[in-house]
Design a protein around this ligand. Structure first.
Ligand SMILES: Nc1ncnc2c1ncn2[C@@H]1O[C@H](COP(=O)(O)OP(=O)(O)OP(=O)(O)O)[C@@H](O)[C@H]1O
Ligand SMILES: [Mg+2]
Length: 209
């Protein structure tokens, strides 16, 4: 029987901890992780340079083609198939089956970005995007509400985050097996209630004016 290989996007504003949590997903749970930053720089999947922002412009078409190719390869592996996890702040744009959006409170995010040596303008731009749910909204629009999970990383230990994300991925990995489909659907729905998109509202943290 052919089991579908789900493509899982781990996305979120820069600094929300995508790469950090994916290291744990890889080392502890054995997931195949595709880092978009690495694909863009090492494989040259970019169309040009954004001089104003000081970054490469991702070639989404070639990234999508590459992910489809990796998915087909994984599908050939019979019983040993694993979900393909793509991580990066553009991951939700690459037609994943589900998007897990990492969130971090603006104050903590600003501190993380400061620590990483980002310029004040870049910190402001990213914190504003986080406050306004920019990536979450894009993910819901592109992937559909029931395929998006929102996970707050603020003050949460990386191992417990990885465990929660593993549970979500696991609930989508065996979904096409004939046996236990009902159980699978219940697990997905229960996890979706726990990580329902739209629950987080950083604007409530602002002092009243
Ligand atoms: N759960 C967490 N608790 C505390 N610190 C964290 C957590 N997750 C990540 N960090 C720290 O935040 C910083 C940014 O993490 P990371 O590089 O994983 O973010 P990212 O989302 O991959 O960012 P980018 O989009 O720029 O690649 C790192 O210094 C990391 O150690
Ligand atoms: Mg990263």
């Amino acid at each position: 029987m052919r089991v579908k290989v789900p493509v899982i996007a781990i996305t979120g504003t820069p600094g929300t901890g995508k790469t950090s949590v994916c290291h744990v997903l890889e080392s502890r749970y054995g997931y195949n992780i595709l880092s978009l930053n690495a694909l863009i720089t090492r494989r040259g999947f970019y169309t040009g340079i954004d001089h104003e922002r000081g970054c490469l412009i991702a070639d989404l078409t070639r990234l999508c083609e590459y992910i489809s190719m990796r998915r087909r390869e994984e599908a050939m592996r019979g019983d040993k198939q694993k979900a393909l996890v793509i991580e990066g702040h553009l991951a939700h744009l690459l037609q994943p089956d589900i998007a897990i959006v990492l969130r971090t409170s603006p104050e903590v995010l600003a501190e993380r970005l400061r620590h990483r040596g980002f310029h004040a303008r870049k910190i402001e731009e990213n914190v504003e995007a986080e406050m306004l749910d920019v990536i979450l909204i894009e993910a819901v629009e592109l992937c559909g509400w029931e395929h998006v999970y929102e996970v707050d990383t603020t003050g949460r230990d990386i191992n417990s985050l990885a465990q929660a994300i593993h549970e979500i991925i696991d609930a989508w990995t065996d979904g096409d097996r004939a046996k236990g489909r009902g159980d699978m659907r219940m697990r997905r729905e229960s996890l979706h209630r726990r990580f329902r998109p739209g629950t987080i509202n950083w604007l409530l943290l602002l002092p009243p004016t």
